[in-house]
Design a binder for this molecule. Sequence first.
Ligand SMILES: *Cc1c(COP(=O)(O)O)cnc(C)c1O
Length: 409
Amino acid sequence: MSEQGFTTKIVHSDHLLELEYGAIHAPIHNSVPYGFQDVQGLIDVFQGTKPGHAYARSSTPTIDALQHKIKQMDNGIATLVFSCGMSAIVTTFLTLLKTGDHLICSHYLFGNTRSMIGTLQGYGIEVTFVDSTDIEQVKAAQQPNTRMLFVETIANPATQISALDEIGDFCEAQGLVYIVDNTLTSSYLFDAIKVKASLIITSLSKYVAGHGNALGGSVTDTGLFDWQTYPNIFEAYRTGDSKMWGIGQIKKKGLRDMGACISSQTAHLISVGSETMELRMQRQCKNAGILAEFLAQHPKVAKVYYPGLKDHPQHQRAKRLFKHFGAMLSFDLIEGEDCCELLNKLKLVISATHLGDNRTLALPVAPTIYHEMGLETRQKMGISETMVRCSIGIENTADLIADFEQALA
Ligand SMILES: *Cc1c(COP(=O)(O)O)cnc(C)c1O
């Protein structure tokens, strides 16, 4: 049989595992401890010689089922799920980096990730921020102690797209761990293995769940990185298949020791949401594209940031790498217009943070997600004081256009 399609794999993922009482959705297991008739079973799980569960901080059958789904979406060899996207990111860094290591990082980053990397710098991890849309800047940042490279696919809020494929070639040649935060595209729009990512991180709270009722994050190992060459794998985890050393250490040090675990209840909510991701994203991306064209020709709009527009600086790159152009767009109003006034006039679109919800959400960028940085940094980063960021939902297209049309009138 040929490789199944994205949604086919996801909706049949649970029932192709072991069916418990015929339940075609993996049941929610709330038990924290797992008991064994023969104590050898407990010993085997502790020592990792047999699969199984011992304690819910490390795993439960429900969390396993979600991990299996995400692994299939990402086409990886193993996936771990965490309490949210931030915990997936921070535990990966804390597990794989040591004081004195160097990290190259895009400077177009999700604000909380940027803030967390400031904390890493306080622990003596060296970081160079680069314009990751330009491979030459990435290459120039390499040092003898560089271990890792971290980028996002579509940056929030101004939609820059990193040189994802060229960075992958560079990391492969230099033996660097290449981490891609795939949240804004998701594995449906962007197959990060094609650009040789080592680890794919996704905030499941966004497009994967889609319903805005659960927080979660994931780390998938693509199997492409040779962990035998990585100096920071502890001796205790240098056993068995070396492809699993990285994710094994993230599980033990990150999930078990740091405890950023998801609950079975939440894992179930995300599993259910994920089944419709392709359908939702198709609609959301289509809506975003039409709205971007509408806004681009509106006299009160100075600039639209959307990778699907032909004048977007990385439009060709997006077209080459992504299935669609994403469902987040931003725009600047012309001078003299007040973006908060506009947001208050929108009747359908809700003023709220968050991305990937079924509903269209919008926020004023400067006084919210870029408030902490101050005016000077915003100006340096090209964030205007009238910028609005929109996460486009699954509403009927005409209703969305009508709402923006009346609010801008
Ligand atoms: C939202 C987001 C995160 C953090 O995810 P949470 O689940 O909210 O913790 C990380 N990266 C990107 C690109 C995001 O949009």
